[in-house]
Design a protein around this ligand. Structure first.
Ligand SMILES: [Zn+2]
Length: 205
């Protein structure tokens, strides 16, 4: 792609780093920004900069947050004794959209995947085990995707907390094997949490 302006080229190159945005789409978006009022482009870049600089991770559940503790962790009337374990923030948003869950979350930040070089210590597992040890949790719900990596991660965590005599459950597999949570429709996902099953029964022993 030949550019008549280095400034334009730089903007297009940066934009095309985003997932799913090729050079052509990047060019279309950048040209759109040149046509729209300047203030709008500045507002966009300010929003991105502020988000990048100021966003935090909740000290308790590792969800994205504006404060040290996220809005979910600080909402009164949520059941502090039930924790739903998810891979990432998108899963929290998907489950929250179902309005079927009133406990808290624990965001792992991924799943164990030796192929990608991700081991248990790269994930927020230690802080979860610590919470369980503190003794205030009654139930852990595993809500990871039903892939091999998801199952490996579930089992790794299960082994760490097994001795603490808490309920462990896994979301009902209305969600088919290999499906990512965020793609499940709200009704299916909501039902799979309500109809969760004991974790032990999901193990193929
Ligand atoms: Zn939180």
């Amino acid at each position: 792609m030949e550019f008549s302006s280095k400034l334009l080229e730089r903007a297009v190159n940066e934009m095309s780093q985003l997932p799913g945005i090729g050079k052509r789409t990047a060019l279309r978006l950048v040209l759109h920004m040149l046509r729209q009022p300047k203030e709008q482009t500045i507002a966009l870049s300010e929003a991105l900069q502020t988000m990048r600089n100021d966003v935090k991770f909740c000290k308790s559940c590792h969800n994205i947050s504006d404060q040290d503790l996220c809005e979910i962790c600080t909402t009164p009337n949520r059941d502090l004794s039930v924790i739903c374990i998810v891979e990432d923030i998108k899963d929290v948003m998907a489950i929250e959209n179902t309005s079927s869950f009133k406990g808290l979350y624990h965001v792992l930040g991924g799943k164990i995947s030796p192929m990608d070089g991700i081991g248990p210590h790269d994930l927020n597992i230690e802080s979860l085990v610590k919470k369980v040890k503190e003794g205030t949790i009654k139930e852990l719900i595993f809500a990871l995707s039903s892939t091999m990596e998801g199952d490996t991660t579930n089992f790794y965590i299960y082994k760490q907390i097994k001795e603490y005599q808490i309920l462990t459950s896994t979301i009902a597999r209305g969600i088919s094997v290999g499906d990512e949570l965020e793609y499940a429709d709200e009704i299916t996902l909501g039902r799979s949490i309500v109809d969760r099953v004991p974790f032990e029964s999901s193990l193929k022993l």
